[in-house]
Ligand binder design. Structure first.
Ligand code: 5RP
Length: 227
């Protein structure tokens, strides 16, 4: 799983702090990325010690990790509720998030927003006053150019995400492409989220506006919880 930004100790503290919220009988959304991975491993250890939980993975990668950790898994459409979702973020500002660094934001948004409680795990490098990182947008392959043109009209600068080790585009778990869109400072995330959602061919974008219940920011020593 890719590692970004802050220290491993900070990510571990954030992930394990969120995993401590998991209690017997819960259905838990399992996020994607290196910080959420610490939560998944901690939940796996708790399962090993006798905790009865079921996980709903948000990506192929989180499913593989959860299997390794021996967490019993269920599909999203086989559960009526998700008690808690734990997921990482690429940037956090005023409770709003940019996600999708791992190209998993479409399923992450479904699982995270379906949960009764959505807890974000992050290291301090993710904190900002205002969102300003590029916004990942998952697009149907046929809509790559039309979406890019709509993003330009909305004041953004779109770049097709390419795979680091392959001579080609990143393909999501859903078989689509990812266009990373620079908008500079995002002063009105809700308005931009609406514009992107309304663009034909956009499967999902990485702006998560007002959906986080808590943010656990891990530090090298300890965790700060924002509610
Ligand atoms: C994947 C995501 C990740 O949660 C996000 O990229 C953060 O990852 P990491 O914890 O490795 O920094 O949104 O789509």
């Amino acid at each position: 799983m890719k590692t970004t930004g802050g220290s491993d100790a900070a990510k571990r503290n954030a992930g394990e702090s969120a995993a401590d919220l998991v209690t017997d009988g819960m259905v838990v959304g399992l996020g994607t990325g290196s910080t959420a991975a610490y939560a998944i491993r901690a939940i796996g250890r708790a399962v090993d010690a006798g905790l009865d939980v079921h996980g709903v993975p948000t990506s192929f990668a989180s499913r593989e990790l959860a299997r390794e950790a021996e967490i019993p898994l269920v599909a999203l459409d086989d559960v009526e509720t998700i008690d808690l979702a734990i997921d990482g973020a690429d940037q956090v500002a005023d409770g709003h998030l940019i996600k999708g660094g791992g190209a998993a934001h479409a399923r992450e948004k479904i699982v995270d927003t379906a949960a009764d409680r959505f807890v974000v795990v992050a290291d301090p490098s993710k904190e900002a006053e205002t969102l300003d990182r590029s916004v990942p947008v998952e697009v149907l392959p046929a809509a790559r150019q039309t979406v890019a043109s709509a993003v330009r009209s909305a004041g953004g600068d779109p770049t097709l995400r390419t795979a680091e080790r392959k001579d080609g585009p990143v393909v999501t778990d859903n078989g689509n492409l990812v266009v990373d869109c620079e908008f500079g400072l995002i002063d009105t995330p809700a308005a931009l989220a609406r514009t992107l959602s309304e663009t034909p061919g956009v499967v999902e974008h990485g702006l998560f506006v007002g959906v986080a219940d808590e943010v656990h920011v891990g530090r090298d020593e300890g965790v700060t919880v924002h509610e």
